[in-house]
Write a new protein. Structure first.
Ligand code: NAP
Length: 324
């Protein structure tokens, strides 16, 4: 399809700082001249364009370090397609006068659904059961070993924000008791608060991690928390890989310190340690918390709405809290 070069030239440039999710990219290329990872693919062209780049598009997993921000003197907006923005140096963006936006709320249902799915998968050993049938073990060996019951069990949420609350609502339908830890107690919620993850872990059967990543939560789930969770306890991480001390988790699983784990996020994505893959009581999925077509479209729409508002001089729909 031929494109009018004048129309293309009129499109404002947007730097896609890392690989951008497909639905966000589709919307971007319709409206903007997308400089796709130009800082990596063509450093000379990037140096020529950088002084005029006002907008950056990013995903929830993107890294935008201070060094790259420093090379973008005209930067005004970083629109993240995701609710987590721990890879973005927000302080450096703010110092430049740029606002960071993200996509809260629209993914709550999907991430909460996945958390429940992972809890069930780990407790009822669904991936192992699937493998059991496919391998012919059912016919050869008889019934599988008995699994763990989830309904009525005790759930502990590390993080009680938008997604944490959505997980709690779903868990109530399973007759689970709900307790949580967060930076502060939420008096308006009918759930029991614990001041630390370790104190919470000691009182629950399932510990589900749903905080932001970044320095404030790094390795919050450490060997002591896992020991408190105990040999029947199940850890589910749908937050960020950085929140869990991964080597300590592997050690705890190998030694039977905890009963099992189900993980959507990892310390060094997309690389998953072989020792983790070797453990049968662990369920592993490739960071799919928000990965349904409807939700990814809603996220892309909101990320694009932030860019559109910026270029039209309107208030931004969803700046991150630090930029409000
Ligand atoms: P949110 O509404 O900001 O909630 C975050 C919760 O974490 C809050 O309850 C907060 O406590 C708590 N928290 C923050 N720092 C903490 C700390 N140092 N110690 C203890 N608790 C802390 O965020 P959300 O929308 O629920 O999203 C949470 C995170 O989920 C995102 O930031 C992202 O990293 C992750 N996520 C993952 C996927 C995926 O694909 N797996 C998808 C979407 C989101 P207070 O309430 O006391 O402030």
């Amino acid at each position: 399809m031929s494109q009018d070069p004048r129309a293309a030239a009129a499109k404002p440039p947007v730097l896609a700082v890392t690989r951008i999710p497909a639905l966000y990219m589709e919307g971007l290329v319709k409206r903007y001249e997308v400089l796709d990872r130009l800082q990596d693919t063509d450093p000379a062209a990037f140096a020529a364009r950088a002084p005029h780049i006002q907008a950056v598009a990013a995903s929830g997993e993107s890294k935008l370090p201070a060094e790259l921000v420093a090379r973008l003197p005209a930067l005004k907006i970083v629109s993240v397609n995701g609710v987590g923005y721990d890879g973005i140096d927000v302080a450096a963006c703010k110092a430049r006068g740029a606002v960071v936006t993200h996509t809260p709320e629209v993914l709550n249902d999907d991430v909460a659904d996945l958390a429940i799915g992972l809890m069930l998968s780990a407790a009822r050993q669904l991936p192992a059961a699937d493998r059991y049938v496919r391998a012919g073990d059912w016919a050869a060996k008889g019934p599988m070993p008995l699994a763990r019951k989830m309904s009525g069990a005790r759930l502990g949420l590390v993080g009680m924000g938008r997604i944490g609350k959505a997980i709690a609502t779903r868990a109530l339908a399973f007759g689970m008791s709900i307790a949580y830890t967060a930076r502060s107690a939420k008096g308006e919620l009918p759930y029991r608060f614990f001041p630390t993850a370790e104190a919470l872990a000691a009182e629950v059967d399932f510990l589900v991690v749903i905080t932001p990543g970044g320095a404030g939560t790094k390795h919050m789930i450490d060997a002591a928390v896992l020991k408190a969770l105990g040999r029947k306890g199940i850890l589910v991480n749908v937050a960020r890989g950085s929140v869990v001390d991964e080597p300590a988790l592997i050690e705890a699983l190998e030694q039977g310190v905890i009963g099992g784990a189900a993980l959507d996020v990892f310390a060094d994505e997309p690389h998953v340690p072989e020792r983790l893959k070797a453990l049968p009581q662990v369920v592993l999925v490739p960071h799919i918390g928000s990965a349904t077509t409807r939700t990814r479209q809603a996220m892309a729409d909101l990320a694009l709405a932030n860019l559109e508002a910026f270029f039209a001089g309107r208030p931004l729909p969803s700046p991150v809290p630090e930029c409000r």
